[in-house]
Design a binder for this molecule. Structure first.
Ligand code: GLC
Ligand code: CA
Length: 532
């Protein structure tokens, strides 16, 4: 029976390469994750979204899969994977697999066979054309790669080593359904569907996202696979509007549980440009966008709530203050987001306030997206300094540096040489966070608990509250006369504000200062109170 357990759940994302190494090769692995399950249990999360651990040549760190039913040797074996699922389940933690089915690796046997030409049964699993058109790859440059022996081009919306699958091909779809059922039968908790809004593409029309058959394909996927299980599904959909998100997540439509939408993520880039073209965030814009999603999906879909993932910079460095108010701004951001309606996602290290990891030279950068952008823009006349500024602000490596467990060498992540350098863990690490009752960790723990006890957070209505100050954001959640007021100061300065009602506090739920409402808010002050 379906229970929608995920409406009360908080999900934790693990980027396995950087979480915990168990054998000293410098790469995080499944045994490492198993050894940290008790930590995650203490945090209180319900499920883990595991970034890809399948066999992969790692051109895009596992998002280029060469065998969907094998575990990458650096991560362990299928036995370790089974053990992770059962050890997690013992602790009431579900494992959500990352499903990357817009493309495979070029080293996948399907693509290797496809390269033999139209007589291969796998040729039509991919998208071939005699001539390229204007479609560009999400990582920059043309999305078409020439194959001399076929005198044809294949489509790759990401790197050359990530050929796009042809979702028009029935046999291809069946092979994907079989693979998904293989995983569902292992007792996993669901799927996160990588760039899923691209599978309905119409390359000849130059339509890549939100293609005409997208929702039909998802309904078929639902029927053939996860629709028969009590699992969560979350689609990564960069092109979703609230209207589109209703199609994905409206319950009667039988597509997905929810999607990751990214409208707020684009608010600190220049309009019409790429994420590298930086602009300062306006907190009012953020409040408008998130409030719009709250209101438009209410009763018609379901939101996911997140600040971070493995593709985004660390939120405290991005929209908080990682120099002077690391903990206070981290708590403010957490409180502001976690009282909204939807399923919150916490990205590894967010709960201890990990920050960005600036570089001084392009040779220090691992991420394929940043490296491609650097070469492209250098050739176009940008300066080295400008490009490093962009990479330090937005580059994906920022979130991929190893998890900081303690202040020992390599932060307890590995006894060997880490695949990506470890940041400064003297102040930012799990051991110290656990020892300090005032740490960000316990704010997250509390927020997760509140989601279990406060039905108003799960199903209450949402209303924007005016504060008369552009830096002060507030909202009200309400269910059957239960009212929760959330007020946050999104700035490093003291701010005065005025509500058009006088809140009478019934109960303090959480704050990052004293339990006291005053006329001025201190830097990054944030609170949630039950009011009369
Ligand atoms: C998604 C992943 C990202 C990956 C891309 C291609 O955006 O989150 O890490 O590079 O898809 O698979
Ligand atoms: Ca390892």
């Amino acid at each position: 029976m379906k229970t929608n357990w995920w409406k009360k759940a908080v999900i934790y994302q693990i980027y396995p390469r950087s979480f915990q190494d168990s054998n000293g090769d410098g790469i995080g692995d499944l045994a490492g994750i198993i050894s940290r399950l008790d930590y995650l249990k203490k945090l209180g999360i319900d499920a883990i979204w595991l970034s890809p651990v399948y066999q992969s040549p790692n051109d895009d760190n596992g998002y280029d899969i060469s065998d969907y039913q094998k575990i990458g040797s650096e991560y362990g074996t299928m036995e370790t994977m089974d053990l992770l699922i059962s050890e997690a389940n013992k602790r009431n933690i579900k494992i959500i697999m990352d499903l990357v089915v817009n493309h495979t690796s070029d080293e996948h046997p399907w693509f290797q066979s496809a390269l033999k030409g139209p007589e291969s049964p796998y040729y039509d699993f991919y998208v071939w054309r005699n001539q390229p058109n204007q479609i560009v790859s999400n990582f920059g440059g043309s999305a078409w790669e020439y194959v001399p022996q076929l005198d044809q081009y294949y489509l790759h919306l990401h790197s050359i080593k990530q050929p796009d699958l042809n979702w028009e091909n029935k046999n291809m779809r069946q092979a994907i359904w079989d693979m998904m059922n293989f995983w569902l039968n292992k007792g996993i908790g669901g799927f996160r569907l990588d760039v899923i809004d691209l599978i309905g593409k119409e390359p000849d029309q130059e339509i890549t996202k939100n293609g005409p058959r997208l929702h039909e394909l998802l309904q078929e996927m639902n029927q053939k696979t996860f629709g028969h299980y009590d699992v969560v599904t979350v689609g990564e959909t960069w092109g979703a509007t609230p209207e589109i998100a209703q199609l994905y997540s409206g319950e009667e439509r039988q597509e997905l549980s929810m999607v990751f939408q990214f409208e707020q993520i684009g608010l600190d880039k220049q309009a019409g440009k790429r994420k590298w073209d930086l602009k300062k965030l306006d907190p009012q814009e953020l409040h408008q966008v998130l409030s719009k999603w709250q209101i438009e999906l209410a009763g018609k879909g379901w939101n996911s709530l997140f600040w971070n993932n493995h593709d985004l910079p660390r939120i405290i460095s991005r929209w908080g203050d990682d120099q002077n108010f690391r903990i206070l701004s981290g708590k403010m951001l957490a409180i502001y987001l976690h009282f909204m309606q939807g399923t919150p996602y916490i990205y590894q290290g967010e709960e201890i306030g990990m920050i960005n990891h600036p570089v001084t030279d392009i040779s220090e950068v691992d991420d394929i997206e940043s490296r491609r952008m650097y070469q492209e823009r250098l050739a176009a006349g940008y300066t080295n300094a400008e490009l490093l500024d962009s990479i330090n602000a937005k580059g994906r490596d920022n979130a991929r540096h190893p998890m900081q467990w303690d202040s020992s060498s390599n932060a307890g992540f590995t006894t060997g040489t880490p695949w990506l350098p470890v940041g400064d863990a003297t102040e930012i690490n799990v051991a110290d966070s656990l020892a300090d009752p005032e740490s960000l960790f316990y704010t997250y723990q509390k927020l997760i608990q509140l989601r279990k006890s406060e039905e108003t957070i799960i199903s209450g209505s949402y209303q924007v509250v005016e504060t008369g100050n552009l830096q002060v954001l507030a909202y009200l959640r309400e269910l059957n006369n239960d009212k929760i007021l959330v007020v946050v100061n999104f700035s490093a300065e003291k701010q005065s504000y005025k509500l058009n009602f006088k809140p009478e506090v019934r109960e303090w739920l959480i704050t990052n200062y004293q339990e006291q409402i005053s006329e001025d808010l201190k830097p990054y002050e944030a609170f949630a109170v039950r009011i009369k």
